[in-house]
Write a protein that binds this ligand. Structure first.
Ligand SMILES: [Mg+2]
Length: 185
């Protein structure tokens, strides 16, 4: 079986951060309003302590939703690929809350993707260390490691990357899980 490593945030589930930030700020921001990869950059400096406290007592994965068709396509892929979910968990705004993030991630995967082997969740910030045949991620930096196939999942922060740029890095853009299915099945 080929080894397939798949990211979690903005690939398997989406809108978690933006909905949590909106709940905290009582705003109605869209992901495109974020000026960077980090949605939490929308939080004003003077609210940072309050935000960290809010983040610590809420579960990021009770916000947002599962990406459309993620589950049904993953179930099919799971029969023919050796699947690992590889996800970063260090919380930039307060690293001491990273253990809670890891726990919330584990429980989300365990509950919603019970057909995946929980021994194959990998919590890691440097994904390049992990070898794979195929990589799927929304962050182009996480596609740097070796792989014969690299799929960039479209997200608010990567829309501007052109197909030429992607092609020169041997990366194919996918906009949804049905496109992943078409390429990998
Ligand atoms: Mg991601």
């Amino acid at each position: 079986m080929k080894k397939l490593i798949i990211d979690m945030d903005d690939v398997i589930c989406e809108k978690n951060f933006i909905e949590m930030v909106n709940d905290f700020l009582k705003t109605n921001y869209k992901e495109d309003d974020a000026c960077s990869y980090y949605i939490n950059d929308l939080i004003p400096e003077n609210k940072m302590n309050e935000w960290i406290e809010f983040f610590g007592r809420n579960n990021l994965y009770e916000y947002g939703k599962q990406s459309e068709d993620a589950k049904v396509v993953l179930e099919k892929l799971n029969k023919i690929y050796d699947i690992y979910i590889v996800t970063a968990y260090v919380f930039r705004d307060d690293e001491s809350l990273s253990g809670k993030v890891l726990k919330d991630k584990f429980e989300y995967l365990y509950k919603n993707f019970s057909f995946l082997n929980s021994n194959k969740y990998i919590f890691a910030n440097n994904k390049e260390l992990i070898d794979a045949d195929i990589r799927i991620d929304d962050n182009i930096n996480n596609l740097k490691g070796k792989a014969e196939t690299k799929l960039l999942f479209t997200a608010y922060h990567n829309k501007k990357l052109t197909n030429d740029e992607l092609r020169s890095n041997n990366i194919i853009r996918v906009n949804n899980w049905r496109e992943i299915e078409n390429i990998l099945m």
